[in-house]
Design a protein around this ligand. Structure first.
Ligand SMILES: *Cc1c(COP(=O)(O)O)cnc(C)c1O
Length: 236
């Protein structure tokens, strides 16, 4: 078996074990394969095992893969920071955006979504630990940004995305995930289109699933460790 196949099976297994262990509904947690820095050939191999959802952080790199894999029926999720000059291509080539943190960006994505495409699915990125250096909106701004997105014609508000700060204490990490789940439920109550809590990565997917994640974003757990030189070379 190829390494990628072994790792894919392992991740799928971790997800299904957690779903069972924590009494989550079968099929209620989606796997997003985070493929930044990896070549299109790796994504193609993973698609051969049945993986259809891929997450990318860097637009130029992503667009090359979207084009190279055009013959496959993949769903592309944009999960990186977004500058205004990138919105047109994101609106044209992606099905989902997880990293909305400003109404200006949401507005542009809606305006630039091509007429013949279904609505762009979006999640608001929340700065759950209120870290000064981190992306994402503050909690106090969540409901007003959600309302603005709700009012935009070509976007569908699907939920929240969080990237928690690394914490040594698992109980603290758990509290953060629980807090995110509470906010997600409040959002879903107000906006019935909300059904996605994008939470959990390679190191903490079990804890995220235990606490209500509906989508885990897995990079290194699937593809292996990213090389740092490649990472820095990938900035748009
Ligand atoms: C890179 C990245 C991931 C994947 O992280 P791993 O630890 O490699 O699984 C998930 N989410 C976001 C937003 C990322 O940038």
């Amino acid at each position: 078996m190829s390494t990628l196949k072994t790792q894919f099976n392992h991740v799928k297994n971790r997800i299904s074990c957690s779903v069972k262990e924590f009494n989550r509904e079968k099929g209620s947690v989606q796997l997003l394969a985070v493929s930044k820095t990896w070549p299109a050939s790796h994504l193609r191999e993973l698609a051969g095992f049945g993986q259809t959802a891929f997450g990318e952080n860097y637009l130029q790199e992503a667009l090359a893969k979207v084009e190279a894999l055009d013959d496959l029926n993949l769903t592309w999720h944009f999960i990186g920071p977004i500058q205004s000059n990138k919105t047109r291509d994101i609106a044209k080539h992606f099905g989902w955006v997880h990293s909305i943190e400003r109404s200006k960006i949401a507005q542009r994505l809606s305006d630039q979504r091509p007429e013949n495409m279904a609505n762009l699915n979006v999640c608001i990125q929340l700065n759950i630990d209120d870290e000064a250096s981190k992306s994402g909106i503050k909690q106090v701004e969540l409901m007003s940004l959600a309302q603005e997105i709700h009012d935009l014609h070509n976007l569908t508000l699907r939920g929240l995305m969080i990237i928690p700060a690394v914490k040594r204490d698992p109980e603290q990490q758990k509290a953060t995930f629980k807090h995110a789940f509470d906010l997600y439920q409040q959002l879903a109550k107000k906006h019935p289109t909300v059904d996605t809590l994008s939470m959990g990565m390679s190191n903490d997917l079990e804890l995220a699933i235990e606490n209500g994640s509906t989508l885990v974003r897995i990079g290194s757990g699937l593809f292996g460790k990213r090389s740092t030189t490649k990472n820095t070379a990938d900035v748009n």
